[in-house]
Write a protein that binds this ligand. Structure first.
Ligand SMILES: Cc1cc2nc3c(=O)[nH]c(=O)nc-3n(C[C@H](O)[C@H](O)[C@H](O)COP(=O)(O)OP(=O)(O)OC[C@H]3O[C@@H](n4cnc5c(N)ncnc54)[C@H](O)[C@@H]3O)c2cc1C
Length: 546
């Protein structure tokens, strides 16, 4: 059931086995709701009860802003996070991309745990996914590869059900330029190329963790209790090095309350929320916490470090058409298809360029993209007052830059300092520059000759590196894919925040199950990875308590 006020819960006089912080997914909630026999199969006691704590659901955004970004000429940029049941999956752009096989194999390598390899995660991808017909029920043959998808999962993924006037030209470009090979399915583990976009949509509506994992049939289960409007301030020790209590408020000026779990607290508050809660709880870099007046309880210097995000630059080419979304509500995100590209195939970059050594390449391997293009039938940035546009938005998807989430006060209701350090590394600006030039080549190719009228203002074929860099640093922002602030590392490692089973290092009763655990960012939009971690983490919890 869903509760607005903790008093309603207190009346039930219940004890909870698990408390999940962050209104999100998850499979494990389903399991404990299965009929008694099956529940026994999964090893939960008949009395298992679950509580999901969610933030207030209006307004829908935490309204964060980054710190001044060195790589963006000192600008600060918006850093939205979903302030709603379903978290950012309820507010995101719905693009569904998993990343490369190499992305997850590297994750497993760094974690020193094969459970995180691509091959071992495929069952969880399929468990999450319910590939459905697009809204217009068009023939999808040749637009995706059914063999790599799940059809019986819970979260709907589909192809666009709304044909776009630029579709044919994009596909034609894949036949025209070797730089943009056609890729039947970018979710096969081998994402390089241009193909049809997939998105988390069902029958034309958003499919999020709230509409899927927290759908009425699951929320109505008798042992799942969802408390809304509950902001967790800290996790508290129940005994030395054992954290099974959450402290929270329902009113920013109200009293702090606590709830304890018999088995575990699961932090699913995301790459900003999770490290913030840990640090306010005294779990982090002890000397930094002490200097803020926070009593250090457990020294884990990696908490909040290694923040990694994708940077993004929308560009618009003026076109000879009125049939674009610019003329409608200008915030539509009619993403059509995407391309992921490497600078060169196989062996790294041209040797005349800096960062030519493969060992300095931050991408996960030769089949992992450095950058992405999003083609849209309209400009994805702030639309100019007049004109219709072909949008090509570039993103650096294997960045070298690293930032951090830190605190500057001991008040757990204060926002953290968010520094994704976008485009701080020379490597990342080099990739963004390359991606922009690649977009110029794309739009200058034959299929666009009778369509594109002019290149983006400020960016063209004769732009020098310095001019492009200036333009990029002045106009780029974030794709809102933060990961890595509570990273997985091997058992016994001196770095990292959680062990490969996602339990917080050196503590009992506390696990992290969200994107903050990804030690490297996948070269993809991040929600698929969040679902994969949710599904895999759920089984790890089950394994612990069977
Ligand atoms: C505007 C936007 C567009 C995006 N577009 C795409 C896209 O097209 N495709 C894609 O794949 N990805 C996209 N993403 C990213 C994707 O949605 C996220 O990577 C994913 O949802 C992260 O999941 P998470 O569970 O780690 O964190 P989140 O989804 O952020 O969930 C964290 C939850 O915890 C709650 N929480 C945080 N702190 C507390 C606290 N102290 N107490 C209680 N609750 C708390 C939050 O309110 C939220 O409900 C987008 C993100 C944004 C913001």
């Amino acid at each position: 059931a869903i509760y607005e006020n903790v008093a309603e819960l207190e009346k039930l006089n219940m004890q909870f086995d698990f408390i999940v912080v962050g209104g999100k997914r998850d499979r494990w909630k389903r399991r404990c709701k299965l009929p008694f026999g099956e529940r026994q199969t999964f090893g939960f006691s008949a009395g298992s009860r679950w509580l999901v704590i969610a933030t207030p659901n209006t307004p829908w955004d935490w309204n964060y802003t980054t710190t001044p970004q060195v790589g963006l000429n000192g600008r600060t940029v918006a850093f939205p996070r979903g302030f709603v049941l379903g978290g950012s999956s309820s507010v995101n752009y719905m693009v569904y991309t998993r990343g490369s096989k190499e992305d997850f194999d590297r994750f497993a390598l760094i974690a020193d745990d094969e459970r995180w390899s691509w091959d071992n995660l495929i069952p969880y991808m399929k468990k999450n996914e319910q590939f459905t017909q697009p809204a217009d029920h068009h023939n999808t043959t040749g637009q995706f590869n059914p063999a790599v998808h799940g059809f019986n999962g819970i979260n709907s993924v589909t192809l666009s059900g709304f044909p776009s006037p630029i579709d044919d030209r994009v596909i034609e470009t894949t036949q025209e330029l070797a730089e943009f090979p056609f890729n039947l399915d970018m979710n096969s583990g081998d994402p390089i190329g241009v193909g049809w976009g997939q998105m988390t949509v069902k029958d034309g509506s958003r499919s999020s963790s709230a509409t899927s994992y927290l759908a009425p049939q699951f929320v109505s289960r008798p042992n799942l209790h969802v408390l809304l409007h509950a902001r967790v301030t800290r996790v508290l020790p129940t005994a030395s090095n054992d954290f099974r209590t959450v402290e929270f408020v329902q009113d920013l000026k109200g009293k702090r309350m606590t709830l304890s779990a018999k088995k575990e607290i699961v932090l699913s508050a995301g790459s900003v929320g999770t490290p913030t809660i840990l640090m306010y709880s005294g779990i982090g870099n002890s000397s930094a916490l002490q200097s803020l007046g926070i009593k250090p309880l457990h020294n884990l210097p990696s908490v909040g470090q290694n923040l990694t995000d994708h940077s993004l630059l929308p560009l618009g080419w003026l076109v000879d058409s009125t049939d674009t979304f610019d003329t409608e509500a200008r915030n539509t995100t009619a993403l059509w298809s995407t391309t992921r590209q490497r600078i060169s195939d196989g062996s790294g970059f041209p040797t005349t360029l800096p960062y030519s050594s493969a060992s300095r390449d931050p991408s996960a391997g030769p089949n992992t993209a450095h950058y992405e293009h999003l083609y849209s039938n309209g400009f994805l940035g702030t639309t100019p007052p007049t004109g219709n546009y072909l949008g090509i938005t570039s993103a650096v998807v294997s960045p070298a830059s690293r930032g951090s989430i830190t605190l500057n006060t001991s008040d757990p209701l204060a926002p953290p300092l968010i520094n994704p350090n976008l485009l701080a590394s020379e490597f990342d600006i080099f990739i963004m520059r390359y991606a922009v030039r690649s977009a110029l080549r794309f739009a200058a190719s034959k299929p666009w000759a009778d369509y594109v009228i002019a290149p983006p203002v400020g960016v063209n074929n004769t732009s020098t590196d310095d001019e492009l860099d200036d333009y990029i640093r002045q106009n780029a922002g974030s794709v809102f894919h933060p990961v890595g602030t509570a990273s997985v590392s091997p058992v016994g490692a001196k770095f990292g925040v959680v062990d490969p089973d996602l339990s917080v290092k050196g503590l009992t009763g506390l696990r992290v199950v969200d994107l903050s655990v990804m030690n490297r960012i996948p070269a993809a939009h991040s929600q698929a990875a969040a679902y994969i971690i949710g599904e895999r983490g759920a089984d790890m919890i089950k394994e612990t308590w069977s």
